[in-house]
Design a protein around this ligand. Structure first.
Ligand SMILES: NC(=O)c1ccc[n+]([C@@H]2O[C@H](COP(=O)([O-])OP(=O)(O)OC[C@H]3O[C@@H](n4cnc5c(N)ncnc54)[C@H](OP(=O)(O)O)[C@@H]3O)[C@@H](O)[C@H]2O)c1
Length: 295
């Protein structure tokens, strides 16, 4: 079994989590809507993650909706000591599976109460305010009123720590003036590196950066360089992509998503994959190529 301690740990407020975690979004049905295609496998993925040493799970009540949180509760409650569950609020699903904003203070408050109930806890470890921008890209604008509503719930003891998702550096600063921010969860991977500067700024402040779509999201990453490196290291391309993220900055926490126990095991094994310096340089060039192609 993989030794997850090989990848080290980082703090989320007063919690310490292993840098290799698990993202639960893929456990819901197709399009992150409805029940899982294989319920027994979904429960097995969660139990295997914990048995393998994962102590950081990312989720949301709008996956399903409610499906992933209910699966987490069924598979893992009563939760093992040391497990940190991070959820996010700010969205809701339409009956047609659409993703819609739910960002008013009353909607955020309702979402926190829904998460408490569905996860079966009195206090949620970490709640991220998922800011709605242009799809997966953040856009500027005040988040003060929304974050203050969550800070109020934190003062009431319903939330232990707060974070942001899909946020800009200015929004992180605005939030920090209201309450401590322990993590930022934005779109980032080997081929999508808009947040390079933000990651380093957060590292300097001791704030975790948690890339979503670490494997590329619904269409996993593919690149000739990734495949070539993987063949040389006797690893898979996606393991190399995860190992590159672990190498990228010490404050990066991984939450790769999968609905399969076999894929989970492959992903966790990336915690032990060391990348030689020349490989890092080769992989950094992949990001630069994509940046160039995008401009
Ligand atoms: N804050 C936000 O706005 C936001 C947005 C998206 C996601 N998230 C969070 O970030 C987590 C990670 O993102 P994600 O799950 O969307 O994307 P991801 O981790 O980049 O990739 C997941 C995709 O890769 C496939 N996959 C995983 N491991 C694999 C392997 N070893 N071999 C082949 N294919 C593999 C999965 O399919 P299989 O199920 O078949 O393995 C799935 O299609 C989510 O679970 C969620 O918690 C947050």
């Amino acid at each position: 079994m993989t030794d997850l301690t090989a990848a080290g740990a980082f703090t989320l407020g007063d919690r310490t989590v292993r840098r290799m975690g698990y993202g639960a979004m893929q456990l819901a049905g197709p399009g992150v809507f409805g029940p899982p295609k294989d319920r027994a496998e979904a429960l097995a993925v969660l139990r295997e993650a914990i048995a393998s040493g994962v102590n950081h799970i990312d989720t949301s009540d709008y996956y399903g909706p409610y499906v992933t949180n209910q699966l987490i509760r069924e598979a893992l409650h009563p939760y093992p000591a040391g497990l940190t569950i991070v959820t996010k609020v700010g969205g809701k699903r339409g009956a047609d599976a659409s993703w819609n904003p739910a960002q008013t203070p009353p909607e955020l408050t309702q979402a926190v109460h829904d998460n408490l109930r569905n996860l079966g806890v009195d206090t949620i470890d970490v709640v991220n305010l998922r800011v709605m921008g242009a799809g997966m890209a953040p856009s500027e604008g005040s988040i003060g009123e929304r974050f203050a509503a969550l800070a109020d719930l934190r003062r009431q003891g319903l939330i232990r720590h707060l974070g942001l998702s899909n946020a800009t550096a200015a929004q992180v600063e605005e939030a920090q003036a209201i309450a401590p921010v322990v993590c930022v969860q934005n779109y980032y991977n080997l081929a999508h590196r808009d947040d390079d500067a933000l990651i380093d700024q957060l590292a300097a402040k001791g704030i975790a950066y948690v890339p979503f779509f670490p494997l590329g999201g619904f269409s996993p990453l593919q690149s000739a360089a990734l495949s070539s490196v993987a063949a040389r290291l006797e690893a898979t391309p996606l393991q190399v992509a995860l190992a590159w993220l672990l190498h990228r900055a010490p404050n990066i926490l991984l939450i790769p998503g999968t609905s399969s126990v076999a894929h989970l095991r492959q992903n966790l094994a990336a915690a032990e994959l060391a990348l030689p310096d020349e490989v890092i340089a080769e992989l950094n060039a992949v990001g630069a190529e994509h940046e160039h192609a995008a401009t």
